[in-house]
Design a protein around this ligand. Sequence first.
Ligand code: E4P
Length: 219
Amino acid sequence: MKLFIDTANIEEIKEASTWGYIKGVTTNPSLIAKEGSSQKEIIEQIVKLIDGPISAEVTAEDYPHMMEQAHELYQIDPKHIVIKLPMTKDGLRASAELKKENIPTNVTLCFSANQALLAFEAGARYVSPFLGRLDDISDDSIKLIEEIVQIKRNYGYTTEIICASIRNPDHVKKCALAGGDIATVPYKVLSSLLSHPLTDRGLDSFRIDAEKTAKLTEK
Ligand code: E4P
């Protein structure tokens, strides 16, 4: 399962770009709003940092304006930009139309298997089911990922499933077990994936033993 970073914070993306395992970035209007610059300025910086798909979301709610924004965003960097569209009638229409122009899309705010099916049929390159927000209303988010994966396999759809609204490391593991293609993960959760107390303890004992060996060699 590929890992994307879910943020619009340039410092976080800069650091994540050095880790060797972050393959893309997802942003949304709320993440952009936290950063205090325009979407265009932020996306222009992100595309220089990560050589992979960068999702930039339209804010218009009607089809003509969505298409206008989609073309503007895509022009920032046609090699990397993916147009993020809402799971609405206009969003799906835009996805189907942009597919004809070979512009990749990510249909977001997916909360049901039927919604994912519509995104598959509308030619989306990616669909983003949200885990955390479903858990918040006591729904079973992992079951949703399993259902979407099953539908994708039944018909051989090529749309990639981006598991989104990830809140903890357990979400990441369960999405990987369920067969999600990608998890887009906030910086804090990504950092915690690496940590394990036994790794730290093992490193400490290896360091102590290596120092002993070095002293013996010095003699
Ligand atoms: C991803 O594409 C979404 O923008 C993001 O994961 C939403 O996460 P949240 O529910 O924590 O806001």
